[in-house]
Write a protein that binds this ligand. Sequence first.
Ligand SMILES: [Zn+2]
Length: 100
Amino acid sequence: MIPEAAVDNKSMQRKDIQYVPLVRFIAEKQAELGMWVCSWDFEPPYSELPDNLFRSKMGKLIDKGYVTGCNCGCGGDYQVTDKGRELISANTIEGEIQHE
Ligand SMILES: [Zn+2]
């Protein structure tokens, strides 16, 4: 789901993190937990991202309206919005090129 090269790359930038797999991860985790997703619920490679990069990306997802939540550094309480679900379903096949 996540390109191997995207894992544990110190020079990774926000634009290198694709929207679709991240939003899909949150949607799946939300279903698994039966509630919102907190920052500590994330798994690799997302949990391995530098904190500022992770928060910056989540802020971008919030700005875009794909998720709701808070990226101040608290738990986050992230939830995928209808727009986020549309993004996922529109990109379930090849060609996930939803970079920012
Ligand atoms: Zn907060």
